[in-house]
Design a protein around this ligand. Structure first.
Ligand SMILES: Nc1nc2c(ncn2[C@@H]2O[C@H](COP(=O)(O)OP(=O)(O)O)[C@@H](O)[C@H]2O)c(=O)[nH]1
Ligand SMILES: [Mg+2]
Length: 385
């Protein structure tokens, strides 16, 4: 059974319960968490990243740095620009949609262009908006650029529903210290970067532009030199802001552990809360079986984030290796194939939540951070004591 089938069956099984139970607050909370998991798994689609910035800020380079491949041409003068989403296929079934809005602050953002963007964003809103700005240009006539940025932010929808704005302070390698090009940087350089970052934040606040964070970075790499700095930090911020539907797609495209860990922790939290709700529902169903099915799904999803499609047997072996639930683990994923069996013995809320969190942490340690099963087991033990 694949993960889509599994979550659909879990939801269906809970939905078939008597309405007296379904009216309970806990039950509704459980279903909303299960629905969120369903959005991640069943409604998954490629991520949509919109990038804006001045010409030469490093928008194309940032794309290449994020996907770790030279796909877009850098240093090209963008003459025409399409104002529509471009899809880039990275591998089978791994795709990223990107829209580039170049030439900010150069008087090129004509009304017509803004309207086209607005139309496109109306059809398919961006998951995150990334403003790339060159570190050496923070003080040079930034107001015209910020005016244009503000217009584009407004294009992305009503204020309450807008994508988060992530600001990338790019090309920090070029900040004075010429002998300090490659990270890790000296303390002096780090202080300078922090100062420029503060300044950019000050400009954004002065203009009333709502942003999530300013992330310093270097996007440059070629066959011989890799000057990249903190691209994982950029990816992690994208991971924090990305909506459920784009999580799996984005994690296949942006292969950074920081990003994957961010998504995995969200999945673990959802499953842990759902597990506590299951334990609180006072019916025979609220039992170890659906709980184990949910935990199996969680492990499988973390495997997917780590680039591994786990078979039912591998999931069982993982649960067994953690020293848990040997008997029920056998049937972990098949169990909801039929009606959930009505067994007794409820699990306590605290145990259900904590164990689920512990298993999640162990799965992240093993499948994302590449730690041994022994280490993963230690992680679980440290969390459920
Ligand atoms: N040193 C350095 N060069 C960069 C960095 N990011 C981009 N570049 C270079 O700056 C130039 C402009 O970058 P590009 O991505 O084409 O800018 P765009 O116009 O915003 O798409 C290209 O030659 C890039 O290779 C960076 O962080 N450091
Ligand atoms: Mg470009």
């Amino acid at each position: 059974m694949d993960n889509s089938d599994l979550i659909i069956r879990i939801i269906r099984a809970f939905n078939s319960l008597p309405s007296a139970i379904k009216d309970r607050k806990r039950f509704r909370e459980l279903l909303s968490h299960l629905d969120e998991i369903k959005r991640i798994v069943v409604d998954k689609r490629p991520p949509r990243l919109a990038v804006v910035g001045r010409r030469g800020a490093g928008k194309s380079a940032l794309f290449n740095a994020l996907v770790d491949r030279k796909i877009l041409l850098e240093g090209e003068v963008d003459t025409t620009s399409t104002c529509s989403w471009q899809s880039y296929k990275l591998q089978d079934e791994v795709e990223i949609s990107w829209i580039d809005t170049p030439g900010l602050g150069a008087g090129q953002l004509k009304t017509e262009r803004v309207q086209l963007l607005q139309l496109e964003f109306g059809r398919r809103p961006p998951d995150v908006l990334i403003f790339v700005h060159k570190a050496s240009e923070v003080d040079s006539d930034i107001d015209a650029t910020l005016d244009d940025l503000q217009q584009i932010v407004e294009c992305t929808g009503e204020e309450s529903a807008r994508a988060e704005l992530i600001v990338v302070l790019n090309q920090v390698d070029g900040i004075r210290s010429p002998l300090d090009l490659v990270p890790p940087y000296t303390k002096e350089k780090q202080d300078r970067i922090a100062l420029i970052q503060k300044k950019l934040e000050w400009h954004l606040e002065r203009r009333g532009i709502k942003y999530k964070c300013v992330v310093p970075a270097v996007a440059y790499f070629d066959d011989e030199h890799d000057l990249r700095f903190n691209i994982e930090g950029v990816a992690t911020e994208i991971g924090r802001s990305i909506p459920s539907e784009a999580m799996l797609g984005a994690s296949a495209a942006l292969k950074f552990n920081g990003f994957k860990r961010e998504i995995a922790s969200k999945i673990v939290s959802l499953c842990a809360v759902a597990a506590s709700c299951i334990a609180l529902i006072p019916i025979p169903l609220s039992d170890i079986i659906p709980l184990t099915a949910l935990q199996a799904l969680m492990i499988s999803l973390i495997g997917v984030l780590g680039g591994k499609t786990l078979s039912d047997i591998e999931i069982r072996e993982f649960i067994v290796a953690l020293g848990l639930l040997v008997a029920t683990a056998t049937a972990a994923r098949q169990i909801v194939r039929t009606v959930l069996p009505l067994l007794g013995t409820g699990v306590s809320v605290a145990v259900a939540g904590a164990t689920t969190r512990g298993i999640g942490a162990a799965a992240i340690a093993h499948y994302i951070d590449g730690e041994s099963l022994h280490e993963a087991r230690k992680k679980l033990r440290s969390l459920i004591k």
